[in-house]
Design a protein around this ligand. Structure first.
Ligand code: SIN
Length: 318
């Protein structure tokens, strides 16, 4: 569990927030931890309504502390979903420029549904361990996803999203390796994940065009980042986009990255989120990596709306 130190304000029943400043008439939402390496549920918020600053503060504290936060039973228009997400920072318009919600390009549709012979969304988003937008000069702060349609089989939800805790991965690194790579930088390339999907998962996505590649050339970020919410260090590398450690010779870089990719997925760092329709799930892109589990078939329909919140207000360009 993350330690928020003096900034934290967690009560014995699991509430986190600014109770002292909340007006007596406004009920504070409840935060309940999963008790695992990551994850909490926040009950008592209707995200269709504009949120008070106390609620936004509570959400940010929970995000720092638990990494992955679920808001159950939401009913949101696409506009309301985008407005809620935008309270946490600037929203990205995805480089692939496809499957955007009509008139609201900052909302991307992830779905395997085909209507009139045409896919309505990106069917294979995130199917491999990664963190969103590590390939970008301004990295992502958080993902916000809204589960509209979740496939089920034998009464069980399919299409889970798995996470791994990068605060824990940093803390548990062998000390000699941590000291050796401290201050180094990692090169991240959007095309690595894209090509992996085409090569290994049979994705029908076409190769990126030259214009798309030029829009997102490979970029470097420090191998360890100080997390803007917890002020603790995290391991900021991921198998999806990280291609090399700039300051090491190629062979050594390959060996260290191979070690890091295995280390950061240790079972004790992991948490699997099982969706229910109406869930809004918000996760920390700096302190976690994630993987979308593709265990459902083409007739088992999944429809998720996604916003990506940029970290520009915390870091700017790395
Ligand atoms: C993503 O990587 O943003 C998609 C995750 C999911 O669909 O479960």
């Amino acid at each position: 569990m993350f330690n928020l130190g003096a900034a934290g304000n967690e009560t014995k029943d699991g509430n986190v927030g600014t109770h002292k400043t909340a007006p007596a008439t406004r009920a504070m939402p409840k935060v309940a931890s999963t008790g695992q390496s990551l994850g909490a549920t926040i009950e008592g918020l209707d995200l269709a309504k504009p949120q008070f600053s106390e609620a936004l503060d509570l959400i940010l504290r929970a995000l720092g502390q638990y990494g992955v936060v679920r808001f159950p039973r939401q009913q949101l228009s696409t506009r309301q979903f985008a407005d809620f997400s935008a309270r946490f920072g600037m929203l990205e318009i995805n480089v692939a420029n496809t499957y955007q919600a009509p008139g609201i390009p900052e909302v991307m549709i992830l779905s395997n549904i085909v209507q009139n012979g045409k896919p309505i969304g990106l069917a294979d988003a995130g199917q491999g361990w990664h963190t969103d937008m590590s390939y970008s000069k301004v990295i992502a702060f958080a993902n916000v996803l809204y589960g509209v349609k979740i496939p089920q089989r034998d009464g069980r939800p399919l299409g889970a999203t798995e996470f791994s805790n990068m605060h824990a991965a940093y803390d548990e690194l062998p000390v000699d390796l941590r000291e050796r790579v401290e201050g180094m930088t990692v090169l991240h390339d959007f095309n690595k994940f894209w090509e992996m999907m085409r090569r290994e998962k049979g994705s029908p996505r076409p190769p990126l065009t030259e214009a798309q590649r030029q829009a997102k050339p490979p970029v470097s970020h420090p191998i360890f980042l100080t997390h803007p919410l917890t002020r603790r260090k995290v391991l900021y590398a991921n198998p999806g986009y990280s291609v090399r450690i700039n300051e090491l010779p190629q062979k050594e870089s390959d060996e260290v990255l191979e070690f890091l990719f295995a280390h950061q997925l240790k079972p004790e760092f992991r948490y699997a989120f099982h969706w229910q329709e109406g869930d809004v799930l918000m996760w920390d892109d700096i302190g976690t990596i994630h993987n979308a589990v593709a265990d459902y078939g083409p007739d088992e329909h999944r429809l998720i709306k996604r916003c990506q919140v940029m970290a520009s207000m915390y870091y700017g360009e790395q």
